[in-house]
Design a protein around this ligand. Structure first.
Ligand SMILES: *Cc1c(COP(=O)(O)O)cnc(C)c1O
Length: 347
C-alpha cells in the first residue's frame, strides 16, 4: 500500500474485456474460449483479468511460467490453469503441489512427468511453428501411451495472415488428433478463431483480442478497446521559436511553443518509437509529442490547449492498430511493455 498518487494511469474497462471474451467465445462456434493470461495478462494485470473472466464463465487460463500459475492459483480451481512453457525436472514437485496442469512439450518432459507419478497433463504438438512441442515422429513412437492427456494442442504460426501455412498446420493437427487419445483438442489463438469452424476443435485460446488487440482485419468492428492511458503534466513552460527539446535536441520549436512535460516514458512501455510521432489528447484537441521519449518523461506541444496547467491530466493516444502502424511495434509489444508504475484502475 502507498499514500502516493501515481502520476500515470492505466484505465481498464471490465465490460469491454468481458464483451471481448464473450464475442470470441461466440466466434469459436461449438468450442469454448479460454484465455491466455501470460505476461501479467499482456500487461493489464493477471489477477484482475482472471477474476473478471472467471466470473464471466471462462474456465481455461493459460500462462507461460510456473510462477505465473502460482500468482493466480488462489483465484481458480488448480486444473483451470495451464502452463505453456513445459516443465523442468526441478519444478515437478512444486508443480504437483500447486495442481496446475503442465503443457508437456518434449519426450523428456513426458518421461519426467510419467516418472514423477503421471496424472493429468496437456501435450503440445508442433504442427509447423517449430518452436515448442512434439514432432510428428514422436507421436508415432507411442510416447503418449498410458498418459492421461486432457488437452492435445498446437499453435498456429501465421493465423493473422491468409497463407497456405494455416491449412498445412490444420492438416498436420488433424493427423495428430487421429492418433492421440485426449479429452479435448485445441488449435486457435485470437487470429486462428477467425479462420473458421474447421480450426476450432473443443477449446480456443485467445489472448491479444481479449485485451483489445485486432488480430485480423475486420475484428475492429466488434473487439472493444480495453486500455486507456493518462498521465499528469509535471511542468508547463513557454519556449521561443528555435528552442530545442529533449535528448540530443531532435526537435526545434518552429514557433513560440507552450511545452508540457508528462510523467510517462519508455520505462513505462511508451517506447522511443513514439518520439515526435505520438499524441496526447485533451477535450478533443491533439497535443503532439515533440522530441525524444525519455525513460520517465515525454514532452508535448500544448499550443492547441494553452489553458493546460501543471497537475492537469491528458490522455495518451494508444489505439493499438494505429500505434502499431506508427511505431512498427506489434500490438503485443504495445500491451506487454506497459510497466509497473501505472496505477491500474478497473471501471
Ligand atoms: C500466447 C499464446 C496464445 C494466445 O495468442 P494470441 O495471439 O495473443 O491470441 C495461444 N496459444 C499459445 C500456445 C500461446 O503461446
Amino acid at each position: 500500500m502507498t499514500d502516493f498518487e501515481a502520476p500515470l494511469r492505466l484505465h481498464l474497462d471490465r465490460d469491454a474485456l468481458v464483451a471481448n471474451w464473450r464475442a470470441l467465445d461466440a466466434c469459436s462456434g461449438a468450442a469454448r474460449a479460454g484465455a491466455a493470461v501470460k505476461a501479467n495478462a499482456y500487461g493489464l494485470g493477471a489477477r484482475e483479468v482472471v477474476t473478471r473472466l472467471r466470473d464471466a464463465g471462462c474456465r481455461d487460463f493459460f500462462v507461460a511460467h510456473w510462477r505465473e500459475a502460482e500468482a493466480i492459483a488462489d483465484l481458480l480451481p488448480p486444473h483451470s490453469i495451464s502452463v505453456l512453457n513445459g516443465i523442468a525436472p526441478s519444478d515437478i514437485a512444486a508443480a504437483r503441489a500447486l495442481g496446475a496442469t503442465p503443457v508437456l512439450n518434449t519426450p523428456e518432459q513426458l518421461s519426467h512427468w510419467r516418472n514423477a507419478g503421471g496424472g493429468r497433463c496437456h501435450v503440445m504438438f508442433d504442427s509447423g511453428i517449430n518452436r515448442l512441442g512434439l514432432a510428428p515422429q514422436h507421436l508415432a513412437d507411442g510416447v503418449l501411451d498410458g498418459m492421461d492427456v486432457d488437452l492435445l494442442m498446437s499453435h498456429l504460426a501465421s493465423a493473422d495472415t491468409d497463407v497456405a501455412q494455416n491449412r498445412a498446420q490444420l492438416h498436420a493437427f488433424i493427423q495428430a488428433v487421429s492418433t492421440v487419445t485426449a479429452q479435448r483438442f485445441s488449435l486457435c489463438n485470437s487470429a486462428g478463431i477467425m479462420l473458421g469452424d474447421d480450426y476450432h476443435f473443443d477449446l480456443t485460446r485467445p489472448g491479444i483480442s481479449l485485451y483489445g488487440g485486432i488480430a485480423r482485419a475486420g475484428m475492429e468492428k466488434w473487439i472493444k478497446p480495453v486500455v486507456r492511458i493518462s498521465a499528469r503534466l509535471l511542468q508547463v513552460r513557454d519556449l521561443p521559436a528555435g528552442a530545442m527539446v529533449g535528448y540530443n535536441a531532435t526537435y526545434a520549436c518552429p514557433e513560440e511553443t507552450r511545452v508540457g512535460t508528462i510523467s510517462i516514458g519508455y520505462a513505462d512501455g511508451y517506447m522511443r518509437a513514439f518520439s515526435s510521432k505520438g499524441r496526447a489528447w485533451t477535450d478533443g484537441l491533439a497535443l503532439p509529442v515533440i522530441g525524444r521519449v525519455s525513460m520517465d518523461l515525454v514532452t508535448l506541444n500544448l499550443n492547441a490547449s494553452p489553458d493546460l496547467r501543471e497537475g492537469d491530466w491528458v490522455d495518451i493516444e494508444y489505439d493499438l492498430v494505429a500505434a502499431a502502424a506508427l511505431t512498427e511495434l506489434s500490438q503485443y509489444e504495445l500491451l506487454t511493455n506497459l510497466g509497473s508504475r501505472f496505477e491500474r484502475s478497473w471501471s
